[in-house]
Design a protein around this ligand. Structure first.
Ligand code: ADP
Length: 219
């Protein structure tokens, strides 16, 4: 069991993002104390989470009464109301929390969140938008980016490397991508090694710069 398992998490804002984070954390075995100012949402989530409280999270005194200081991590899922998002992060930071995750709706919002004490800023809509665009492109079957430049993707093996062992097709040198795993039809992924021969219909997991993965998928 990882050291982080089952630590209680404070979650503010049960919108689409916060609600999904809260339910997933509970399923993973964490205790989740959720706070939202909307009474209907509080009722909706009450059966699924450890504790759900209706309150204004921008009020530091309220957060203190809820025991916010004792949480190792907090997630602020307020996005639309930027003022409430920033004030909530500020209140949590003033209470001494050092592991604050916050959702941002744009770059300026993200910068303010970082300055006010958020330790991790996430852009769920933007990330999902980029991911969807790459999947619509159809050559990529799955895609996860890290920052703006690097990604890991699953794709159908491009025709020019089919029939060759990876050492011969020189993916790293020619296309500047690393083939990490290979999946034959009906089998599980295996780690790619230099001798791995790529067969027609194989799927690959590759890592590299996004632009290089895009080029590689279309060769
Ligand atoms: P999403 O796009 O993920 O649905 P929203 O920003 O629309 O995100 O939702 C944020 C949630 O945060 C809403 O459920 C809203 O009621 C809640 N919220 C907004 N301001 C506060 C606040 N000051 N205190 C507690 N909850 C808040």
């Amino acid at each position: 069991m990882s050291a982080n398992k089952r630590k209680p998490i404070l979650l503010i804002g049960l919108g689409r993002f916060g609600g999904a984070v809260a339910r997933t954390l509970e399923r993973m075995g964490h205790e989740v104390l959720a706070v939202d100012c909307d009474g209907d949402l509080v009722q909706e989530f009450a059966p699924d989470l450890t504790k759900v409280v209706q309150a204004d999270a921008t009020d530091e005194a309220v957060l203190e009464r809820l025991g916010a200081r004792d949480f190792d991590a907090a997630v602020v899922g307020i996005g639309t109301d930027i003022e409430a998002s920033v004030l909530t992060v500020l209140a949590l930071a003033d209470l001494g929390l050092t592991n604050i995750w916050a959702k941002a709706t744009n770059d300026k919002h993200a910068r303010i969140l970082e300055r006010t004490g958020a330790t991790h800023v996430v852009f769920p809509e933007q990330r999902m938008g980029e991911r969807t665009a790459h999947l619509i492109n159809e050559r990529l079957l799955d895609f996860i980016s890290f920052g703006n430049e690097f990604a890991i993707a699953r794709l159908a093996a491009p025709e020019p490397i089919v029939g060759l062992p990876l050492i011969t097709s020189e993916c790293r040198k020619k296309y500047e991508v690393t083939v990490v795993g290979v999946k034959r039809e009906g089998e599980d992924f295996i780690h790619a090694v230099p001798d791995t021969i790529i067969f027609p219909g194989d799927e690959l997991v590759v890592s590299g710069r996004i632009s290089n993965i895009e080029k590689f998928s279309g060769i």
